[in-house]
Design a protein around this ligand. Sequence first.
Ligand SMILES: NC(=O)c1ccc[n+]([C@@H]2O[C@H](COP(=O)([O-])OP(=O)(O)OC[C@H]3O[C@@H](n4cnc5c(N)ncnc54)[C@H](O)[C@@H]3O)[C@@H](O)[C@H]2O)c1
Length: 314
Amino acid sequence: MAMVKNDNDTTGRVYQKVVQIVEILVLFIKIFTEIFISTVKLFLGEKQKDVSGEIVLITGTGHGIGRELALQYAALGATVICVDINEAGNKETVREANSQGEGEAFGYVCDVSKREQVLEVARKVQKEVGSVSVLINNAGIMPTHSLEQHTPEEIRRVFDINVLSHFWTLEAFLPDMREKNRGHVVSISSIAGHVGLSNLVPYCASKFAVRGLLEALHEEYREKGITCIKTTCVSPYMVNTGLCKKPKVKFPGILGLQDPKDVASAIIEAQRKDLKDITIPLGLYQFGSFCRLFPVKCQLLIKDYIDSGVESDL
Ligand SMILES: NC(=O)c1ccc[n+]([C@@H]2O[C@H](COP(=O)([O-])OP(=O)(O)OC[C@H]3O[C@@H](n4cnc5c(N)ncnc54)[C@H](O)[C@@H]3O)[C@@H](O)[C@H]2O)c1
């Protein structure tokens, strides 16, 4: 009897090993197929989705990247909902967008850090314009000084605007996207969401959080088989909007301040291609991951050599 049991155990173990080997082989075949497809796409260029007819809601449209996003989406024929706390700046964006004569733009004043205000604006937008199909969480602030000089109120405000507001807009617009079985969430993080930088402790923490939020949401939907809602996380390097008050730039030719128009068009391209995670310029993510393969001291030597960041604004 014992001998029969031993034979069965051995057969079971061999069977399990064979299954594991087959699974690993299948995994490798799938990985190489995906690498091949990505390489072909890289050379042939990827098709961009048509956004005319989409209703795109963008936060922080009163200035900077948000304003450029609103103008460019409207120029592509999308209906644009401009949301900002700054009424005058937002009105100017709406006026400019409408004067282009393509997609229509509508303005809403809202402090996105206030959940009730976000939910109220969402109700109005639904009634007055329709269902939002693309949500772009862009509004953000960036106090720039050492951690000791940040007040508790300032730290809370950074998280309220840069992180918690994303939860309120998701709460406001995701259920409708789920119901309609289509939608796209774009979140603006930053290179400061990949690398810790001095004078930006709360800001970096908030931008790391944005990346975590979107990656986890993507994973949750992927596991549930929900493929109709796309997510795109965008991490720009410094942009010439005035948000970075005292930027340190050692190599302006390679890593200088970027034009907000170019950054907005790269964000729209990423959304239209359904890209999951990008840096602007492209390739900084891969460069950062490559540097992290080196010992910490080497990473710091590279960081010191590049010497990019922000001076204190105080
Ligand atoms: N400028 C850069 O160097 C840079 C780099 C990487 C990432 N980013 C990110 O890009 C986004 C846009 O930055 P920007 O440079 O265009 O900034 P910006 O200051 O030019 O514009 C931000 C807009 O957000 C609005 N806003 C601020 N708080 C708000 C609130 N509580 N409710 C509603 N609107 C609010 C402001 O009124 C303003 O119109 C931010 O999330 C920022 O962190 C910027």
